[in-house]
Write a protein that binds this ligand. Structure first.
Ligand SMILES: C[S@@+](CC[C@H](N)C(=O)[O-])C[C@H]1O[C@@H](n2cnc3c(N)ncnc32)[C@H](O)[C@@H]1O
Length: 229
């Protein structure tokens, strides 16, 4: 599949859900191996950016197998996980409430939560603007969001090395441990992701006027954080 052939709209949503249903069983293992365990530190960093009082209600959007939910609970938050892949939710080991739902249509009232997190799913949704509008709807004024996503380094050397690793090594690891086709798609799905500055601008427009982006580990991951106006 070429980048130009990436699916869009309902076709994309269906393909993404089927893909995560298929790889759910070994998703955590492949994550640890392909990031050399760095994803654990990135999640902790994302949660630190929330800076909310203990006991507050945080929706973890596209929670997958619940890694962020588990870390949120460990840090004293009350997490609620939402994901549309039943396979990922079944594979979850986090002892927190998990709900099968599309994050573009959250089963939550307006301004009902204190914060929201989202790990590695921005490029998977059909409409990023619609996701940010939905997050702005459910987070109360003064609430915080922290969104973790992969990123592409700026420098030419790091960028070239990253491209080789992501496009050649990740599918190989995926093939050995899980599903090669799925792990060939995931790097290609980076093509859906706008540059950090564009994401930050969209978050500001959506109702998070102080949103900013922080690059992690030399620019291979990023956290986008902000406060609901
Ligand atoms: C790369 S996984 C990330 C899982 C988890 N957040 C993590 O940090 O490991 C992406 C997740 O996004 C979910 N997802 C993608 N689009 C979604 C949507 N519109 N509604 C709910 N979940 C969605 C997928 O089912 C998958 O579990």
């Amino acid at each position: 599949m070429n980048d130009e052939d990436l699916p869009h709209g309902e076709e994309k949503a269906r393909r993404v859900r089927d893909l995560f249903d298929a790889i759910a069983g070994r998703y955590d293992l492949v994550n640890r191996v392909m990031t050399f365990g760095m994803d654990v530190g990135w999640r902790r960093r994302a949660i630190r950016e929330l800076r909310l009082p203990g006991g507050t209600l945080v929706a973890d959007l596209a929670c997958g197998t619940g890694d962020l939910c588990r870390e949120l609970a460990r840090d004293g938050y009350r997490p609620l996980g939402f994901d549309f892949s039943f396979g990922m939710l079944v594979a979850a080991t986090a002892d927190v409430p998990l709900v099968q739902a599309d994050v573009l249509r959250l089963p939550l009232p307006d301004r009902s939560i204190d914060g929201a997190t989202c790990g590695f799913a921005l490029r998977n949704v059909v409409d990023l603007g619609a996701l940010f509008a939905e997050i702005a709807r459910v987070v109360r004024p003064g609430g915080r969001i922290s969104l973790l996503e992969a990123s592409q380094p700026d420098g030419p050397v790091m960028r070239a090395g990253h491209a080789v690793y992501f496009r050649r090594v990740v599918p190989m690891i995926g093939g050995l441990l899980s599903d090669r086709e799925a792990y060939a798609y995931l790097p290609k799905s980076m093509a859906y992701l706008p540059p950090t500055a564009v994401i930050v601008a969209a978050l500001r427009d959506a109702g998070f006027p102080n949103a900013n982006g922080v690059q992690l580990s030399g620019g291979i991951a990023q956290v986008l954080a902000g406060t609901r106006a």
